[in-house]
Write a protein that binds this ligand. Sequence first.
Ligand SMILES: Nc1ncnc2c1ncn2[C@@H]1O[C@H](COP(=O)(O)OP(=O)(O)OP(=O)(O)O)[C@@H](O)[C@H]1O
Length: 718
Amino acid sequence: MDHHGAGAVARHDPQPPPAADAVRQAPSIVSSSASSSQQYGSTREFIELPLSPVDGYPSSKVPEKTLSSVIAGQHAPLLAWEDVAYSVKIKDKEQSSMRTLLHGISGEVYPGEVIGLLGPSGAGKTTLLNILAGRIEGGMLSGRVSFRGRKRVPGVFKRRVAYVEQEDMMFPMLTVEETIMFAAKLRLADRNYTQLQKVERVASIMHQLRLSHVKGSKIGDALSRGVSGGERKRVSIGVGLVTDPDMIVLDEPTSGLDSNSAEMVVELVRDITRSRGIASIMTVHQPNANMLTCFDRVLLLSQGRLVFFGSVAEALEYFETKGFPCPMRQNPADFFIDMMSLNNRSPQDLEASRRRIEHLAQSFSGSSKLTTKMSLSYGGLYEQRPYALQGPTPAASRGGVAGMAAAASASTTVGLRQDAPFNWGTPEADDAEPPERASWLFELRTLAQRDAITTLRHYTFLSAVGLNTVSVLLLLGLLFYQLGREVESIQNRIGLFFALTLNSTYGVMSHYLYVYYKAKDIMLSERGSGSYRMTTFYLAKVAVYLPFAVLSSWIYFVGIYFMAGLQPVATKVFVSLSLFTVLIVVTLAVTLMVGSFVSTYDLASVIAALTVTTWVIFGGHLANAGELLPVISWMQFISPAFYVYEGMVRTEFTGLELHCKANNGLCVARGDDVIKLYKLDQFTVGQCALIGVCMAVGYNALAYLSLRWKAKPKYLWI
Ligand SMILES: Nc1ncnc2c1ncn2[C@@H]1O[C@H](COP(=O)(O)OP(=O)(O)OP(=O)(O)O)[C@@H](O)[C@H]1O
């Protein structure tokens, strides 16, 4: 049977299909956020569904408000894509060439529909999903994608589409409720939603995703036990749902889950899709037969080519007409994957499988192109959607493969009137403006609050900082204990300031670089959805990290100062501590700059260590500041350690009277002479402090700019 044949086009007003007819369960509306236009599935009522699966095909739960209204009233696809092709440059030995990962893929998804992207490994599922979600970077992209009948506006699209990544990017130390609540606070404008409304929305999402019983549990990770993998995935979905999106895009939501959890995730996505009248597209590596029944349509990909796009029942029938019937009792998904996989067992098998895939892709491309053209180029005509908007009937789900095939024959293809012509040009006014976002101050407060909680619950980090503080205090305090005023104490005093400079810079870099990378990974994922601004992210980090860094270093600085018996003069203590604080601020800024600029933690830690080493080498202690070769002497002037070290040494030695044991002509009895001897008299203490403050401001500005530059998504849009 040719599904696209003109004979199959039902040119009549759309009628609810049998699956929707079977709906008899009255939904209860618990909240409403009607934001979309009528044409694109405006039934955005938050409809609470019974939460446990019912016997048979779950579409019996689909409320009339959603599926039937989608079919009867909302005609245009939510997202449509035409001739999408994608290639990347690959380097093979000396030569570089282009490799095409997707060959002219077309399709569309309607409100209320769940689409499954299936195919063997390497078929291009994730690539296609990323293109449709507006998350593809690099390479060459062509074709057209429309959202709500118009060309996509990146700023609007990314806030109307929830993208659930394969890796769950969440803070392990936050609870389930906190994770979704922070997402709600950051993504919903504080002007438009009260705190109570956000709390209610979060509670409702947790209820719908069956997370209420674990709302107080931590997310966890490989190092700390938290919620189960299935629950974590549902939290990721919940985070995406807080903005009440028009579509959810999920990359391998079942990966790493046991079959029960995987099924539950897919079923919940289907329920949410139906109840909210939104659309869902997901890649699933190997769905079982039950999961397959959750997909209204499957898009089968092999070798980057479209092999089939339609309901499972239609796919089975289609393959049968092509001479490939699905064996009895075989999971249709496994059958599809077998049909689309290259068989490497022997050269003959490989060739045969290659020909089969080629044949299937070619057979489908002619027919699919026809329907795509029909669906994209109408103008008030009655047109047929390639496939009816209906899941397999209850008979299909209960009857396995045979049931599905029977359902396919029995199904009535619904002709849909597509009133609104596609327009690939300028978006409509209401689609051009992104939804209002949280105010700058509210966002900063929320991010700082989240950072403070995650840092305070990061026990490994806190232990590392605590251990460093205590061990440095004891080690340096005892090593330089009560230096006295003998002339030998000059070396110890100089050594102590060097040790303090060295330790504070290494300590800050090593501790904060690691936590920053963890937070940056989550930020990059959240940035893809336009969750918050870069300024608030950066300032929140500084606002939370700086007090930790400064307080911990104050503890050992003040302790060591008095243990070593440095000059107990209030102004000297204050000036030295201030200079030391400036060094901590600059070091943190450079840490954030390296962390923002360098993509991987491994490389960043090497660069950070190199930076600190250079600072310390040119810090004025290891080499006499006045004796350096002119070609490298300038490096001391860009080292913050040099100014801080010089400032602290000058503060301590100014006015210091030392005792010479024997007057053998080598004794330097005045601290001021020591400063001259070490050539640490190039700048006054005030100048050192001022230059340090300027460096703190400059490095922070550079850190922010590099973050902006590197974190700016470079997605390709068509
Ligand atoms: N940027 C890239 N450069 C080169 N090759 C790439 C790139 N991105 C993807 N590929 C290749 O394109 C093919 C399709 O990748 P994709 O991740 O989309 O497959 P998939 O169907 O999602 O596979 P899986 O189910 O194993 O995740 C693979 O062979 C992959 O190696």
